[in-house]
Design a protein around this ligand. Sequence first.
Ligand SMILES: *[C@@H]1O[C@H](CO)[C@@H](O)[C@H](O)[C@H]1NC(C)=O
Ligand SMILES: *[C@@H]1O[C@H](CO)[C@@H](O)[C@H](O)[C@H]1NC(C)=O
Length: 415
Amino acid sequence: MRTSYGPRAVFPLLVGASLAVLLALVDGNVDHAALLMKCSERQDCLTKRTVWEHFTSDLPSCLVNARVWWSSKSLGIPVTLVTQLSAERLDQLKAQCATWGGPLAAALYVPLHNPSATELLETSRQKLEAMIAHADELFRNSENNNNGHGCQLRLALIYELFADPRAQILYPVNSLRNYARLMADTDLIANIDVDMVPSLSISTALAEPQTLAEYTRACRSGAVYVLPAFETHCGGTSYADSVAVDGKKAVIQGIKRCVRRMRPKAPFSHNSTKYERWFATDEAYSITYGPLFEPWFISWRWGTLWYDYRYRGYGKNKIVQAAAMNATGAIWLVSPHGFLVHRPHTESRARKDFLRAKFSRKDMQALRGTVYEHVESLWEETKAEFADGKYVARVERDFQVCLGSLPWWQSSGGG
Ligand SMILES: *[C@@H]1O[C@H](CO)[C@@H](O)[C@H](O)[C@H]1NC(C)=O
Ligand SMILES: *[C@@H]1O[C@H](CO)[C@@H](O)[C@H](O)[C@H]1NC(C)=O
């Protein structure tokens, strides 16, 4: 039944992986979308529908590519922005695409409550078909927008089947970040959450061969470039978008109006960036990774650690990866060229529930069964593994199969 959702394939799915690799060597013109569809095609997720206990037992969930779209526009800057989203955030994706001059690889997620273990129900099928149509339209518009600006979109529509409707709050953020990254084939990548708009100045800077060479050299030798993050507290989405276009001056002027540093109530999450220094300089500078720092950054594709799928729902998911990068000796630089602006949106239910549990000051008994409880216990476990130098991000076996089969993930070309 899943085969009815075929990819936009130049080659039929029957093309063997080895033949595909061969063709890739011949002319670099293999249909990437078809290869990505193929690597997850064996899965039967009906028998592995997600229930709450999969989360509390740290079991991976079954994720399926319903369809993959891959831009045929010519490549802009060779840096892939990697992101993930649910359907309510499609406008944020468009905003990211508008100011990013390179490939934008996005995993679009659809949770489906499917009580049947033997068939994809009509309701699920309809929801999926509606999403495919919607994503297809967005993709086509992006392809037709050829005014020289904007991203080259690579979009994977990924669904998960749930037996337990309560578990649908467990947005698999880290799995999606990893699956989206599979669509990156450039040396440099930037994992940036979909509600953050990249400044146009990043793409402008990286279009300069000398600047690109500098970033590439530093990233290859273990550095990452943090993009300072700001949020807006008035002016709405159009103001946030204009700051991203207008550049550093607009940020500095905006500080007196609608712009502020990201998450002022949680200073640890971004203050290692040393904002004051960034305001004052045109040069990259190095910083020290502080506890709970969770920056977005540009990094070398082959040196960037994967995200741990066990963290889902809400909380700590990004910190774990950043702290692991730090533990492996990453050199933290701050980009003088670029920054990110948070685009206001409605809060997710997962976030609201998590924060309610966190600040409820209830005893652990009362928190039993919340996302907060499990994520905090995972975090304690992870910190102990960091201390012993034993932490390794958990990735799903199905994900590893894809990683092992996609031709552009097989060799770092001299790194
Ligand atoms: C960040 O904020 C925390 C909490 O206010 C503070 O303890 C810490 O020293 C700050 N770190 C930096 C690098 O400014
Ligand atoms: C970051 O890594 C350095 C070097 O391994 C380590 O000394 C430091 O404690 C780490 N910082 C945090 C907050 O984990």
